[in-house]
Ligand binder design. Sequence first.
Ligand SMILES: Nc1ncnc2c1ncn2[C@@H]1O[C@H](COP(=O)(O)OP(=O)(O)OP(=O)(O)O)[C@@H](O)[C@H]1O
Ligand SMILES: [Mg+2]
Length: 235
Amino acid sequence: MTALLHIKDFSAAYGEVPVVSSVSLDLKAGEIMALTGRNGMGKTTLLRGIMGLTPVRRGTMQFAAEDIAAQTTEMNSRAGIAYVPAGREIFGSLSVRENLIMCARGGEVGNAWTFERVMALFPRLGERINHGGKQLSGGEQQMLAIGRALMTNPRILLIDEATEGLAPLVAREIWRTLSEICASGMSAIIVDRDLKRLSRIVSGVAVMFRGEIAFAGTPAALLSDDALVRKYIGL
Ligand SMILES: Nc1ncnc2c1ncn2[C@@H]1O[C@H](COP(=O)(O)OP(=O)(O)OP(=O)(O)O)[C@@H](O)[C@H]1O
Ligand SMILES: [Mg+2]
């Protein structure tokens, strides 16, 4: 079976400085992968590359068997890629409802993410539906950013720093919703440092180190190797 996302020898740079080199990975439809590693190792740049926000310097990038290396972000979004950036970047001057509605795009009949379904996933957002984006807490903003991505009915979700900076209780709520989303058949790449939580929902982990993938395997294989975890993740 061909991969939903196929990346081969992907390299990216900011100006002359190479920050991601020769990254290869494949993600099958319905697969959930964790992307982790220390700060500044290239995780965000890789997600941005997939979304078309950072140019592909070298290599192959295919989504649903289409070459996307030269596509714009808009084209990638329409092809079914959704990105939840680390900064969440919700529209602060728009209400929760407006943030969600403006991103709506129809999905597969019977399995589409609708406004109602997003509300059911995040009851907290329902209570804040007419509040402005700026009035939301960090956790609520993250719920809104994820909800907004779902409203585009993507085939793959790229989530950067899923729970970074969130209080433990709120982080737990995000993990609950992520497992629910993943159980619905979504494909996803999730960046986070919480290996324990990640390992409950992903089938594979890729660890980035200085712009390259230093480890790719199962969460169990990574977690059972203390030296690897200490070197590449630093926990
Ligand atoms: N806009 C930019 N201009 C120049 N260099 C950048 C830019 N963004 C990131 N970098 C550099 O690229 C490298 C990879 O950064 P990137 O943000 O992809 O890493 P990361 O693994 O997501 O890190 P973090 O865990 O801190 O989010 C780092 O050395 C960073 O300093
Ligand atoms: Mg980052």
